[in-house]
Design a protein around this ligand. Structure first.
Ligand code: PLP
Length: 363
């Protein structure tokens, strides 16, 4: 099959050395293997700038949604109430999780091209003292908008509530001072900005908040406390661990450090993102999100008014020449998305732009 690079928000293009790690069938009981899990957990705490006395890291089998579902269904107890701030499909997925699990919740909908307003959240919390937890997405991959988790966390913590952040597509691509902000639970996954492959999600949890979840999970396999308790003993996972994915992730973490850590990776993502936007604008495409709120992970572009081609035609043309782009996910406009996380460099941006230019000229 013809290879292509992924301009999607994960799974993303990984290095040969990350893929190579998966050639080894590791035993889960092995001390070496358990130590790899422990090293990953310690490394994640460093990336989040948190103190290991205050925070812990938990790895959870499954995709990113499993991590979000684990946190929501473990932390929001029977007597608690969740406020979800949603401005995209992943915020709305939290509502879906709450409905399935029978969690009491309130939802604050914001337009997909605007960020949830901390002042609105503050007012909702003042008026409804029964709300105990607040959740929101950082990088809303639906549109590419980067939400203001700092302002929201500030008002949530000032009112003594628990703050949950889905930083799936931003963690390690955008530097997040988790400890300074005081976020209680932050979720991301192996196949995003750390540039591993899909197979598990991870949760950074404030220990104080995690301890409160003991015995109240609404699911066996997604019980965050039990997962932590087992893993924390010696690095052994509670149920079968995705061994190949774990090995690949450990290598991906090494490569993140070699690149220069989050500052260097974040700069690469920002630079490539801004260059894509500049070049696409020159070709006549407008962005769905304004410059101030546009994140560095993925960009939603509007099809021009006089467009005489379909997304599928454009997709196939680009794919034949080595890159896979992403369809739009916002409902009220005709759009497509270009992701720029993973092993994507300046030369890929150059190539992509000349392919798109060539496609437009042929139309
Ligand atoms: C912000 C955000 N939250 C949640 C998810 C869900 O993750 P998954 O598709 O791995 O379950 C994604 C996936 O891209 C995401 O971008």
């Amino acid at each position: 099959m013809k290879q292509y690079k992924l301009l999607t928000p994960g799974p993303l293009t990984t290095t040969e050395s990350v893929k190579k790690e998966m050639m080894f069938d590791h035993c889960t009981w092995d001390n070496d293997y358990k130590q790899i899990t422990q090293d990953i957990r310690a490394g994640l705490l460093k990336l989040a700038h948190v103190d290991e006395d205050i925070y812990t890291a938990i790895l959870m089998q499954g995709s990113g949604t499993f991590g979000v579902e684990s946190v929501l269904t473990s932390s929001v107890g029977k007597k608690d109430k969740l406020l979800i701030a949603a401005n995209g499909a992943y915020g709305e997925r939290m509502e879906d999780i709450a409905k399935h699990a029978g969690i009491a919740y309130e939802i604050y909908h914001q337009d997909y091209d605007k960020v949830p307003d901390a002042k609105v959240i503050e007012k909702i919390l003042e008026e409804d003292q029964t709300i105990t937890h607040v959740s929101m997405v950082h990088s809303e991959t639906t549109s590419g908008i980067l939400n203001d988790i700092a302002s929201v966390t500030k008002v949530v913590k000032a009112q003594g509530r628990t703050m949950i952040v889905d930083a799936m597509s931003s963690f390690a691509g955008v530097d997040i001072p988790v400890g300074d902000l005081g976020i209680d639970f932050l979720i991301s996954s192996a196949n995003k900005c750390i540039q591993g492959v899909p197979g598990f999600s991870f949760i950074l949890a404030k220990k104080e908040a995690l301890m409160k979840t003991k015995g109240q999970a609404r699911s066996l396999s997604l019980d965050l406390y039990d997962q932590w308790e087992t893993m924390n003993k010696d690095g052994k996972w509670r149920f079968t661990s995705p061994t190949h994915v774990v090995l690949a992730f450990a290598q991906a973490m090494k490569e993140l450090e070699e690149e220069g850590g989050i500052p260097a990776r974040s700069k690469r993502y920002y630079d490539n993102n801004r260059e894509i936007i500049k070049r696409f604008k020159e070709m006549g495409f407008e962005t769905y999100i304004d410059e101030e709120h546009q994140g560095p992970i993925i960009t939603t572009f509007l099809f021009p008014q006089d467009c005489n081609y379909t997304f599928e035609e454009m997709y196939e043309y680009i794919k034949d020449r080595g890159y896979a782009i992403y369809p739009g996910k916002v409902t009220e406009a005709a759009t497509f998305r270009i992701g720029n996380i993973g092993e994507i460099y300046k030369e890929d941006v150059e190539k992509l732009c000349s392919i798109v230019k060539e496609f437009l000229e042929a139309k």
